[in-house]
Design a protein around this ligand. Structure first.
Ligand code: DHE
Length: 591
């Protein structure tokens, strides 16, 4: 069947076309020809390209097929459902749920119809060096699926439903009311040295005792659970799934168990709790990717108190963005404020929770595509990556204002919460690695004693390669660790690089490679080694060896002083372990 849209005249432009033209092909043949292998190489998916959000939960949200318009490509309801699923899983992260553009270009029908079916099909097939993955030629999508997606983007985008207070309230369950909970810790766990480990693909978390390395409990959570955060006292643990479900776990119970749950949207990644003196354990906040909103809740019951939309203007162009996602959220230690990072508008919102009825929000103009970040060692300054802009924005949480926006000098910074170390010559610095290359950037964070270094990239180290997601150190550690789980080389993705902090003032600081994947004793799979996390004492660091759901995974514990293998935690229940959150370090922002 010939799609109706193929009658639209393809407008031939873009780097793929230039590459073909350079190869001497006539313009009319361009859309149909396979480019040369050398040109295709430039279109390959990068680690950064692979790491875009997959909004796969949205499909379950009751998507309506938009009304057909004259000239629409023919598509059966089944095809439409398949295409919507593919779009949310693979495309919406960059192009937006509503196809208004995010890090990728807008794909609204007024634009796609101008491009035409053939152009779109070839673009989806071969990608572009500007970052569009080569979905077809990499065999990620079949020829039929590429054809389907080219027709799909010519249609009006379907709009997933909103999720306001009535829907949020309907999902809220208190399993154990506060008055029926223990009044003192009932178990004998060393709570501060517990690790909450994300078991991504089983939708669970494992609580592991830091000393014995024994699994204390495995607790059901939301779909593809993402992160854990702790209440200020350390008693309550909050886990958020990609389906925006939060589980509130009481660590005083024997064994620790879920006491309340709620869904704050359809898709989410971040949760945090109030840390300011006088507000300990009082509030929780979670941010959603869809609908674009954050929700403030009671910290002990999850009762939703306030839903705030993040739809609004992009900070610099002052244009409306219909779906600015909420990325990292941290809690200020200086003011009763949550620091909410809004990706697409580039605004950092300081949400004052002193008076929720008369909510005061300070909107700071920062940079677009804010993603993840953490505090400096004093916890006064918050540094967040604007990843697609290769920048880091710095907020002074004491004065509630922007300090600086810094070019990191690498491609796509991805710090996690970053690492704070004291450089032998340059004083306190905060570190980020990068998804796109091997650069590890050190940013000065001490304007009082090292004003010449403050808010500048004072040193760039070279790590093992691109595909890094997390750096880690500890105030007591002599080392800085850099993972590379998304590096295409198996040897690099299954190991970590370690720098000795004392050597950083030498000409070209060298790193040592720890073969964590090999140490795990697991022979199968990709053995991606991801996200170091210290124990409370700061003398050992845990890494996840992250395999697929059907393969063995493990946690590997390294002696921080000797950089030798200390222990391997293996258990059939450890399915796809990724993030690890030590209670003490997480509640006190130690990293
Ligand atoms: Fe994450 C933190 C979003 C994929 C493991 N991740 C975060 C944060 C955001 C985010 C916004 C910051 C939360 C905060 O501090 O409040 N992550 C996203 C995505 O949008 C993305 C790119 C794709 C997606 O569809 O979700 C994504 N993340 C991943 C993974 O594939 C990882 C490696 C494995 C997994 O479990 O899914 C992963 N993300 C993590 C971890 C943290 C995190 C471990 C917390 C790090 C920390 O030290 O605090």
């Amino acid at each position: 069947m010939k799609p109706v849209a193929s009658s639209f005249k393809p407008r031939l432009f873009g780097s793929l076309i230039f590459a073909l033209a350079a190869a001497g092909l006539p313009a009319h043949a361009l859309a149909q020809q396979k480019p040369a292998q050398a040109d295709l190489e430039k279109h390959k998916t990068t680690p950064g390209g692979q790491y875009e959000p997959s909004l796969d939960v949205l499909m379950g949200a009751g998507i309506e097929i938009p009304g057909r318009k004259p000239g629409d490509p023919v598509m059966t309801p089944d095809e439409f459902r398949t295409a919507t699923q593919i779009y949310f899983e693979r495309c919406a992260g960059c192009h937006g749920v509503l196809r208004k553009g995010a890090t990728g270009k807008a794909l609204s029908p007024d634009l796609t119809r101008n491009l035409g079916f053939e152009y779109l099909r070839d673009f989806i097939n071969y990608g572009s060096p500007a970052g569009m993955p080569n979905w077809g030629s990499s065999s990620e999508l079949t020829e039929k699926e590429v054809d389907l997606m080219a027709r799909y983007v010519l249609l009006e985008p379907p709009q997933p439903p909103e999720f306001g207070m009535p829907q949020i309230k309907a999902t809220w369950k208190v399993h154990i009311p506060v008055e029926k909970r223990p009044t003192k810790q009932l178990n004998s766990l060393d709570i501060d040295n517990l690790f909450s480990v994300t078991l991504r693909d089983s939708g669970e978390l494992a609580l592991i005792d830091g000393a014995s390395k024994k699994i204390v409990a495995v607790i059901k959570t939301g779909y593809a659970v993402h992160i854990s955060r702790l209440s200020s006292s350390g008693r309550y643990l909050f886990a958020i799934g990609r389906d925006a479900k939060i589980d509130l776990i009481d660590l005083w119970m024997d064994p620790p168990a879920t006491v309340a749950e709620i869904k704050i949207g359809q898709e989410a990644r971040s949760v945090e709790t109030s840390k300011m003196k006088g507000f300990e354990d009082k509030y929780a906040i979670a941010g959603a990717y869809w609908p674009p909103q954050f929700v403030i809740m009671d910290g002990t019951t999850l009762e939703p108190k306030k839903v705030v939309s993040t739809r609004g203007m992009i900070y610099d162009t002052q244009e409306y963005h219909p779906e600015p996602r909420v990325a990292a959220i941290v809690a200020s230690h200086y003011r009763p404020e949550f620091i909410v990072n809004v990706k697409e508008t580039g605004q950092i919102l300081l949400v004052n929770y002193r008076d929720i009825k008369n909510l005061q929000v300070t909107a700071i103009e920062a940079e677009r595509f804010l993603h993840d970040g953490g505090f400096d060692a004093t916890k006064r300054y918050f540094l967040v990556a604007a990843n697609a802009r290769n920048k880091v924005a710095v907020i002074d949480t004491k004065k509630s204002r922007l300090v600086s926006v810094i070019e990191t000098g690498g491609q796509t910074p991805h710090p996690g919460r970053g690492a704070n170390i004291v450089h032998p010559k340059l004083g306190p610095v905060w570190v980020t690695s990068h998804l796109g290359d091997e650069t590890i950037s050190l940013i000065g964070t001490d304007p009082a004693k090292h004003p010449e270094s403050a808010w500048k990239v004072v040193q760039k180290l070279k790590g093992q390669g691109g595909g890094s997601l997390f750096v880690k150190s500890h105030p007591k550690s002599p080392h800085l660790y850099v993972d590379t789980p998304l590096n295409p080389e198996a040897e690099v993705s299954s190991s970590v690089a370690v720098f000795r902090i004392a050597d950083l003032d030498q000409g070209k600081p060298q790193y040592k490679v720890l073969p964590i994947g090999q140490w795990s004793g697991i022979a199968e799979g990709q053995r991606r080694v991801v996200q170091g996390e210290y124990n409370k004492a700061g003398d050992e660091i845990w890494f996840s060896v992250w395999n697929s759901k059907t393969q063995a995974s493990a946690l590997v514990v390294v002696d921080d002083k000797t950089l030798s293998l200390k222990s391997v935690i293996k258990d059939p229940r450890l399915i796809t372990p990724t993030g690890k959150f030590n209670v003490y370090n997480t509640r006190n922002d130690v990293y």
